[in-house]
Design a protein around this ligand. Sequence first.
Ligand code: DP6
Length: 404
Amino acid sequence: VRPAAMAAERALAMATCTAPVNIAVIKYWGKRDTDLILPINSSLSVTLHQDQLKTTTTAAASRDFTEDRLWVNGKEADVGHPRVQACLREVRRLARKRRGGGEDAAALSLSYKIHIASENNFPTAAGLASSAAGYACLVSALARLYGLEEELSEVARRGSGSACRSMFGGFVQWQRGERPDGTDSLALQVAPETHWPELRVLVLVVSGEKKPVGSTAGMQTSVETSPLLKHRAEVVVPERLAQMMQHIRDRDFEGFGQLAMRDSNQFHATCLDTFPPIFYLTDVSRHIIALAHRYNAHHGHTKVAYTFDAGPNAVIFALADAVAEFVEVVRRSFPPATNGDQFVRGLPVGSAALPPQLEAAVLTEPVPGAVQYILHTKPGPGPQLVDDPSQHLLGPDGLPRSRA
Ligand code: DP6
């Protein structure tokens, strides 16, 4: 029984899903088709656990709605945004195709207007990839509403490139594809979230400021001006992608971490090679990079690996047994300015004392308040259906419920 079909007999049909954030270890930067969102290179990411970072979206359809409407984090937003419209159009097209063109009386009418409400369980302003989770969640909720079961990363891609990777859990590749229509530019799961149980992720939130240049505009300038980006897409990424897949399959943290750091650095090098140049890393970001290298050098191997997207926050990969010590290193390097009790959030972190030799080799003059907080998380699953109707973000009237 398709829930949407059943619900169509009622005045209102509704579906709620959650979707995860992902962090790329082989970065996507640059489009060959800006309308279809087709990338110049394949990319690979780790899906983060939704217990710490997730978007929740409710989509509703009713014959009583007079216009499409959208609310993001409780505020009405522009439902006419071309990328929202592209996702809506594609989902409806698939629903129509599924019904073989004919109108199925029991099925939810495609002519009904829809209401969508979306919320993040993390501050949008923190600069944590919210568009990837947002579009993955939008597409998942719409698909549920219309009873679609097919592969939908191609649709999520139309919202935001990186969103296609949030359609799966664990380790996910977005293959660039060859076809001009984008039908082979899809996300594929490389390994599920259970594949590497010891892997942990620390998000070091260094700034609440909005990034200077959005990734969409930034990457287009890079495509037009950076010869390094061209070399990266044609030569470097194809080699690295194969290597990275092997490191993940082998659960080889040394190889995985080294390559993640190098690829983050090359992405930021292409930003500097863009003209006029784009700067996402700040002094604090660079401070964290240097700290990670001193820490690894002290241990004589790769204990932590950093990666940075289009913003100053650091995402650190580590194995579970290294987390407590590195968190202490971060706490000592960036002593919390206020609410020190909330400095570490998410999964619990044990306490660790730093050996004097480590202190001497790794710590430098502390920079108080430079890191706002640390979020401890791990790889997690893909989008989830929320069964409990009390969790819908829209009420029976199709309007956002008052938020607690
Ligand atoms: C640096 O997916 O946000 O995070 O496709 O224009 O929406 P659009 O860009 P977006 O770019 C993400 C860039 C990145 C690297 C990555 O996630 O692979």
